[in-house]
Ligand binder design. Structure first.
Ligand SMILES: [Zn+2]
Length: 77
């Protein structure tokens, strides 16, 4: 029983965080109101975002969501 207990966002909270992240916004935690939510990897300062796995974690309540960022999503804009 050494597995760390990981809390996750509710689906609607996770979705709003992912949408905000794709638009390049930082967002407060929709669950506890703390924030800002930490992004891993860090957002690049300039240039297009890199495709790959992105984790968003609230440092206040420890909730976590991960999603796969795709370059196609930014190419459409
Ligand atoms: Zn929180």
């Amino acid at each position: 029983m050494s597995r760390r207990h990981v809390k996750e966002f509710r689906p609607d909270e996770a979705l709003s965080l992912i949408i905000a992240d794709r638009e390049g916004k930082s967002m407060r935690c929709p669950s506890c109101g703390g924030g800002p939510v930490l992004r891993t990897p860090c957002r690049p300062g300039e240039g297009p975002s890199v495709a790959g796995r992105v984790s968003l974690e609230c440092p206040a309540c420890g909730r976590l969501v991960a999603y796969i960022d795709r370059t196609e999503a930014t190419a459409i804009r």
